[in-house]
Every structure is written in structure tokens, then in C-alpha cells.
Design a protein around this ligand. Structure first.
Ligand SMILES: Cc1cc2nc3c(=O)[nH]c(=O)nc-3n(C[C@H](O)[C@H](O)[C@H](O)COP(=O)(O)OP(=O)(O)OC[C@H]3O[C@@H](n4cnc5c(N)ncnc54)[C@H](O)[C@@H]3O)c2cc1C
Length: 294
């Protein structure tokens, strides 16, 4: 199918983009990598009267460390994140999850800002952001604000961003010493959206065995990326090992309430979420101890 008729504007600065967006509001759609927006236009699931092309805004691209946070600007391509030594060193969970985003040509065009703004419930970047208690910076003519990942993702393709706001930065907090993380997922074919994906983060005490903090996030199991907070609470204070992982997996199956659709049943998703949690926790623990992941 062909998209409905629309006007096109390519601003030369962020200020210009925000000014145009302030005038047009929800009639307009920002165009980033176009990997989700263009198919939605072609299928007529979106009918904006104006596209504001962000691709010329070099001020919106780049990756840097700032006050204990890895800041990825909105127009940074997935592929740039995948190849970044800064990301690999400081936010390995993101580096591990990114290759699961579609196929190489999609990651070459798709952007980090587009991934969080689009808010697909099976998308990897939002899942990583929720696991790390990250945040999203929004800008409009009215000013700027930093919204926590937990408050940003509301529901299927729905975020806390207002129609006149642009995502400008995505903030991934760094983990401290004695910590490890792991990302695992199940998809029917490589490049498909995940049926279920899981991110685990563990912070160990000085003894290298006691779990000080645990975080588990899941994609593909609800309208937005979710944390299994009951399982996290069970893990805190426990010793690392099979027993703890099995208890957490049981809690995950108990507290998640995934949907059934034509790709997988709720029961299958719940079962897989438990298995992924168990495996991801074991890998995260080995990494936190500085060992080789089993
Ligand atoms: C075959 C296929 C498989 C895919 N598989 C996966 C997958 O496994 N995992 C995954 O995560 N993604 C997947 N994607 C989607 C892909 O990652 C997209 O790149 C991503 O979802 C959106 O990023 P984009 O830069 O292309 O945004 P666009 O498509 O340009 O925009 C998406 C939405 O976000 C809005 N937007 C974009 N940037 C901003 C901004 N800075 N501020 C405010 N709003 C903004 C747009 O207006 C639009 O509504 C797949 C896509 C395809 C075609």
C-alpha cells in the first residue's frame, strides 16, 4: 500500500524542529530511522499530515558518559550503539540486547530515540532501560524534562511524551562494582520481535555471594516493558545459586500476566519468562563474580 498524502519538513536545528512541532502538535510526526513509522504509514495505521525529518540534526546524534550515566542521543543509530566500545564497556546489557533488534539493515537506520518513542512492548531498548532504571530526556518549546523509564512507558505504543515533545536523549545508568547483567530472549526467527525477552541485573555484596540488589525486566509479556518486583524482592539478601534462581523463576511465573496472541499463548510466555529469568540470573551472577558465564 502507499501512504496517505503528507507534507514534509526537514528542520536544520533542534530549535526549528521544536518550533514546527509546537505549531502542529499531533498533526505532525517526527521521522527518525523510519523503520516503524514508514511501514505504519504504508499500512495507513498512522496518518500524520506532516513529517518532521530529524535526520539532518547532527546535534541529536552521539554517545557520551555524563555523571555516571551513559547518554545516547536520540538520533544515534542502533548500529552505532552495537559498535560502540563505550557502550560495551559501560552498559554491557545494552550491548548484549541491541543485536536482537531486527536485522542489520534495520539497525543501520533505526535509532535509539525512535525505539523508545515508538514503545513497542517487545522492543529491546525499552526493556534494557527499565532494567537499569534509566530515563528519557524530552524537549519542547515549553522546556526540558527528564522522565524515568518507569513513568515514560505507559502502554502499547504509548508514552508519557506530549505531542509537542521530542525525545532528545536516552539515559542508561552505569552499574557499580560487583555487578553483572545478562539479556536473553526467544524469537521465532532471528530478527523477529521477541516472543519474550528478559534482562537480569545483579549487584553482589563484598563477600561476592550475597545478592544486594536484583532487577528483572521483561519484554513481550505486557503492553509495556515490566519489572518482576516480587521476584526481585525474593532475591535480595539470598545467596547466589540454583535455589535462588528457581525461587525467582517461580515468582516470575506467578506475577507476570502475559497476553495470548497468534504468536504464542499466555501459558507459553509465562513459562518461557521463568526459564529466561533463571538462565539470565545465573549468567549475571557469574559476570558479577568476574567469572565466565556458564
Ligand atoms: C522487519 C522489522 C523487524 C524489526 N524488529 C525489531 C525488533 O526485534 N526489536 C525492536 O526493538 N525493533 C524492531 N523493529 C523496529 C526498529 O527497531 C525501529 O527502528 C524502531 O522501532 C523505531 O526506530 P526508528 O528510528 O526507525 O523510528 P521511526 O520509525 O522513524 O519512528 C517511530 C515512532 O517514533 C516517533 N519518533 C521517532 N523519533 C522520535 C523522537 N526523537 N522524538 C519523538 N518521537 C520520535 C515517530 O514519530 C514514530 O511515531 C523492526 C522493524 C522492522 C521493519
Amino acid at each position: 500500500m502507499k501512504p496517505p498524502r503528507f507534507r514534509y519538513h526537514a528542520p536544520e536545528s533542534l530549535d526549528e524542529a521544536l518550533a514546527v512541532l509546537a505549531e502542529t502538535g499531533d498533526e505532525a510526526k517526527p521521522l527518525a530511522g523510519g523503520q516503524s513509522l514508514i511501514p505504519m504509514l504504508n499500512m495507513r495505521l498512522a496518518r500524520p499530515s506532516l513529517l518532521i525529518d530529524l535526520n539532518g540534526l547532527s546535534e541529536l546524534a552521539g554517545i557520551e558518559l555524563r555523571d555516571g550515566v551513559l547518554v545516547v542521543r536520540a538520533m544515534t543509530r542502533h548500529r552505532a550503539v552495537e559498535r560502540s566500545p563505550l557502550v560495551a564497556e559501560h552498559v554491557p546489557l545494552l550491548a548484549e540486547a541491541i543485536p536482537w533488534v531486527g536485522h542489520l539493515p534495520i539497525r543501520t537506520r533505526g535509532t535509539i530515540g525512535g525505539s523508545v518513542a515508538h514503545a513497542d512492548p517487545a522492543a529491546e531498548v525499552p526493556g534494557v532501560l527499565v532494567a537499569l532504571d534509566g530515563a528519557v530526556r524530552l524537549a519542547s518549546r515549553r522546556g526540558e524534562r527528564l522522565v524515568s523509564a518507569d513513568e515514560f512507558f505507559l502502554d502499547l505504543l504509548t508514552t508519557a511524551a506530549e505531542p509537542d515533545e521530542l525525545v532528545t536523549e536516552v539515559h542508561f545508568p552505569l552499574l557499580g562494582p560487583h555487578s553483572g547483567s545478562a539479556w536473553l530472549e526467544i524469537a521465532r526467527r532471528h530478527g523477529d520481535y521477541a516472543l519474550v525477552g528478559a534482562g537480569a541485573v545483579l549487584v553482589l555484596a563484598e563477600d561476592g555471594r550475597t545478592i544486594q540488589d536484583a532487577r528483572l525486566s521483561f519484554i513481550g509479556v505486557a503492553g509495556r516493558p515490566v519489572r518482576a518486583r516480587g521476584a526481585e524482592a525474593i532475591l535480595r539478601g539470598q545467596s547466589i545459586g540454583e535455589e535462588a534462581w528457581k525461587a525467582a523463576a517461580a515468582a516470575v511465573r506467578e506475577e507476570l500476566d502475559p497476553p495470548s496472541d497468534l504468536h504464542a499463548s499466555a501459558q507459553y510466555r509465562r513459562s518461557v519468562a521463568g526459564v529466561l529469568a533463571e538462565r539470565a540470573l545465573a549468567i549475571a551472577a557469574a559476570r558479577a563474580q568476574g567469572g565466565v558465564a556458564a
